[in-house]
Design a protein around this ligand. Structure first.
Ligand code: CA
Ligand code: CA
Length: 427
């Protein structure tokens, strides 16, 4: 630009010289000064121009870096989040700083974070939520003690006796209260679920009868009379919803709940025997006994050597009757159940001091000879056998004799006094 302007100005001066005076033309000094001023002006303009250019370049550079930063930001995203079952996810952006919201469908409630934010480290804040079915029983919808059963967006009330309806709100009026023995008839248990569906059932031991009443099953009447189906060994008591076996006095119900077990009154202090008496436990009771030796007779006397045994005192030298009398007497008490099957060995007799060559056994007397027999089981042993069933209650007495011989000469006799206490029952 300087080169263009300067020749024009110099030429103007040259053209003016031949037409006017030389004083009107600029001096050499003045031209130089003017040129210097022009140069300064141009330098200043050049500097301003350069500064503008530099500023423009700076702005362009800033713009470029900003555009680059924005472009890189687009890659800063968090991973996609799952949509919860029975719910929705609101907001699609997964970029850093953005939020995603969660809501659940009707009948469900959100468990976890309602809102999650994509953080600078490209992870989501909060926890992944899920939708849980709302407990339909949480509001305790069943009235009058009904039990609520939670369903899928519904509930069912199991109503107690006397109430019905979806919320057990309706009292049930039935005619069972008019029955004479109300304890043996009950109202059924009914569960009313969805409208129109009602299920009624009876408690155990009851059965549905006409009119929708639960009637007790009389197990005793049904099963007790027949020996094949008999429930109780002795007696049966019908109870509402069940039955119970009963035992006669002197027995307790066995752990199996249907047989009767004798009470042993003689162990412990459940007997009424006086001092000097012996307690004998029997089926269904007990007896108090006092074994007595026979009174002295014909020079023969006995002495008690134990609770159940008597021994003959030494005989006078000239007493044959004494020598023929039993040398010992023992007492035996046998508890017996009525109607026991026969033949049945009740008692065995033998001797520990056998010195002869043979033993004889015999029934000598007593009040039970018709049902007893004696037989030999081996050379030194005899048996008392029950030959007929005995109807109880009864007390049978039998006296057995065991004689020992040596070459047909009597060496000695032993008397067994046996008493059988027969119970009134077959147990
Ligand atoms: Ca019953
Ligand atoms: Ca007893």
């Amino acid at each position: 630009m300087l080169l263009v302007l300067l020749p024009a100005w110099v030429a103007l001066c040259v053209l003016q010289l031949p037409l006017g005076s030389t004083q009107e033309c600029l001096s050499h000094q003045q031209v130089l000064s003017t040129v210097r001023q022009m140069q300064k002006l141009l330098s200043a303009q050049e500097a301003a121009h350069l500064q503008g250019t530099r500023s423009l370049k700076k702005q362009l550079s800033a713009l470029q870096s900003r555009v680059q930063r924005l472009a890189s930001k687009r890659n800063e995203t968090c991973p996609q989040l799952a949509v919860p079952a029975n719910g929705r996810k609101l907001g699609r952006s997964t970029r850093v700083g953005h939020d995603v919201h969660f809501v659940c469908d009707a009948g469900f409630r959100l468990v976890g974070s309602e809102t999650r934010t994509c953080r600078r480290d490209r992870t989501w804040g909060g926890t992944q939520p899920f939708c849980r079915s709302i407990d339909d029983c949480s509001s305790n919808p069943c009235a009058n003690g009904g039990t609520c059963v939670d369903g899928n967006q519904s509930y069912t009330c199991l109503c107690p006796r006397g109430w019905s309806g979806t919320s057990c709100q309706s009292p049930v009026y039935t005619y069972w209260v008019t029955l004479s023995n109300s304890s043996f008839s009950r109202q059924p248990r009914c569960a009313e679920g969805r409208p129109g569906s009602r299920h009624c059932s009876c408690d155990t031991g009851f059965q549905m009868r006409a009119g929708g009443v639960c009637q007790d099953v009389d197990e005793c009447q049904l099963f007790q009379p027949s020996p094949q189906t008999r429930l109780c060994l002795h007696d049966c008591l019908n109870l509402p919803g069940s039955y119970r076996c009963l035992c006669p006095p002197g027995y307790v119900l066995h752990a199996d709940r249907n047989t009767c077990e004798d009470i042993d009154e003689c162990t412990g202090s459940r007997h009424n025997c006086t001092h000097g008496e012996l307690c004998i436990n029997t089926f269904g009771g007990h007896r108090c006994v006092r074994p007595k030796c026979p009174p002295p007779r014909h020079n023969t006397s006995y002495v008690k050597t134990s609770s159940f045994q008597c021994e003959r005192n030494p005989c006078p030298m000239d007493s044959r009757a004494c020598r023929l009398a039993a040398t010992s007497i023992s007492f035996h008490y046998l508890p017996l159940q009525a109607n026991r099957s026969v033949p049945r060995v009740l008692f065995k007799m033998s001797t520990t001091r056998f010195v002869g060559d043979s033993l004889r056994f015999a029934i000598m007397g007593g009040r039970g000879q018709g049902v007893f027999a004696v037989r030999r089981s081996d050379r030194q042993t005899g048996e008392l056998v029950l030959t007929s069933p005995v109807v109880g209650p009864a007390t049978l007495e039998v006296e057995l004799e065991m004689s020992e011989f040596s070459r047909k000469v009597l060496l000695g006799k032993h008397i067994f006094k046996v008493t059988a206490f027969v119970s009134p029952y077959e147990f």
